[in-house]
Design a protein around this ligand. Structure first.
Ligand SMILES: [Zn+2]
Length: 67
């Protein structure tokens, strides 16, 4: 779903060495930086997405992606 050309988080694997609790995009499974992620408030929880496209997919079918 995510276009690698516009995906801005190429250094995430590097960041994960230092931060153990990283949000994960529930749609595409990519680990994110909190600073750069697109955030949606859902059922009182913050959910992080790598891009608007993933956020929109989640908003359409939240049950499919939330566990
Ligand atoms: Zn994504």
């Amino acid at each position: 779903m995510c276009n690698p050309v516009t995906f801005p988080l190429g250094n995430i694997k590097y960041l994960n060495i230092f931060f153990h609790h990283v949000p994960v995009d529930p749609v595409c499974g990519i680990e994110l930086s909190e600073d750069l992620a697109t955030i949606l408030e859902h059922d009182g929880k913050r959910i992080y997405f790598c891009c608007e496209g993933c956020k929109k997919l989640f908003e359409k079918k939240p049950k499919k992606y939330s566990k």
